[in-house]
Design a protein around this ligand. Structure first.
Ligand code: AMP
Ligand code: MG
Length: 347
């Protein structure tokens, strides 16, 4: 917790001072970087109202965090969780929207995406000072508490309720996607034609780069420091969202315990994958889908993604083999400095 606070203070106080604006030789742009939603958020916005648009988008993200974080005092999700098994809670339309979207993707993914994993996420304590391996009985008990069907939503009155006491919603697998969608809408409102936002691996771009070429988004090497990639996708007006076992994890007795929980076992998903990247139009969709596909594994995850129009994906398995959906064949740029990965275009 202490380290997290120091990082947060660094990003809140120091980084805004070194924000770049209008570097020489480049299109006029405004960049900013802050720490919110448990991650580093970077914006690069081009054009006349760039600074205003970037600031407004960042403020919106702070607002979303305030509504949807698990622990923040006054957060709507905390209120929903605190009243589980007791009473209906009135929520803002945007929280209701994210809850509804979550349930839609739970249905679509056979329950592998399930925001009621909250108690399990807490029990594992991943990315806190209390990380631990819960016992079998504890996990069994918490798995029985995990069921998105127990999240009741009454859209007409903007109310929701968790049926059983102890149940908890955690929007960590979808809220960043929603935030990215909101940021892009704010850029558009300000007449921006070209921008990119990255919320810790959850990327969305508006238009193309100012010179008219597509944005090049690197796919993280899951076993190398941040920034080392295994490939590139070129995109215009799209989102590129990655989920993986390399994002929040701890290692004990050589076993990697990561943050994506399989709701059926209560344990970090052991699906044979190290990472999944989803490319599509909507970032909220991509966020839910990349988490779900990670839990489902290569075969079923690929099947799910291929069943959806306009959705592409890159899968990296534990044998360091990379697979892509049909729509990415011939387009995915395999670029592996480590020379450890193999790109398998035909399965
Ligand atoms: P992501 O990085 O988008 O794949 O989301 C992972 C985060 O979502 C975790 O840190 C948890 O907060 C939450 N989460 C973990 N497992 C699941 C799951 N099976 N379905 C939905 N959310 C999950
Ligand atoms: Mg996700």
């Amino acid at each position: 917790m202490r380290t997290k606070s120091i990082i947060k203070i660094f990003f809140l106080l120091i980084v805004p001072l070194i924000v770049t604006s209008c570097s020489r030789g480049e299109e006029p742009h405004y960049s900013m970087q802050e720490f919110h939603m448990g991650t580093i958020i970077t914006e690069k916005v081009y054009g006349e109202n760039a600074e205003k648009a970037a600031r407004e988008a960042m403020d919106k993200i702070v607002g979303i965090e305030g509504l949807m974080s698990l622990d923040a005092e006054g957060s709507e999700i905390k209120k929903l969780n605190d009243n589980s098994g007791k009473s209906w809670v009135e929520l803002s339309p945007e929280t209701i929207y994210v809850l509804e979207k979550s349930k839609e993707f739970s249905d679509l993914s056979g329950g592998t995406f399930d925001i009621t994993v909250g108690p399990l996420v807490k029990a594992w304590g991943i990315s806190t000072d209390n990380q631990r391996i819960p016992g079998d009985d504890e996990l069994k008990n918490l798995v029985s508490l995990t069921d998105y069907n127990d999240l009741l939503i009454d859209k007409s009155s903007n109310r929701a309720m968790l049926k059983r006491e102890g149940q908890m919603v955690d929007l960590g697998g979808i809220a960043k996607g929603y935030a990215a969608d909101c940021a892009i809408e704010i850029y558009k409102k300000h007449g921006i034609k070209s921008a990119i936002i990255n919320l810790g691996g959850n990327v969305k771009v508006l238009g193309s780069k100012p010179d008219g070429t597509p944005w090049k988004i690197g796919i993280q090497n899951p076993r190398a420091p941040i920034g080392k990639i295994v490939g590139i996708v070129e995109v215009t007006d799209k989102t590129v969202v990655s989920s993986g076992d390399y994002q929040r994890y701890f290692i004990e007795d050589s076993v990697r315990y990561h943050h994506i929980i399989d709701p059926r076992t209560g344990r970090p998903a052991d699906s044979g994958l190290m990472g999944v990247t989803v490319i599509t139009d909507s970032s909220i969709d991509a966020d839910a889908l990349s988490t779900a596909a990670f839990v489902l594994g290569l075969e079923k995850g690929m099947e799910l993604v291929e069943s959806l129009d306009g959705v592409e994906a890159v899968f990296i398995d534990v044998d360091k083999k990379i697979y892509v959906t049909d729509g990415l064949k011939g387009k995915f740029i395999f670029e592996d400095e480590s020379k450890e990965y193999e790109y398998v275009e035909e399965r």
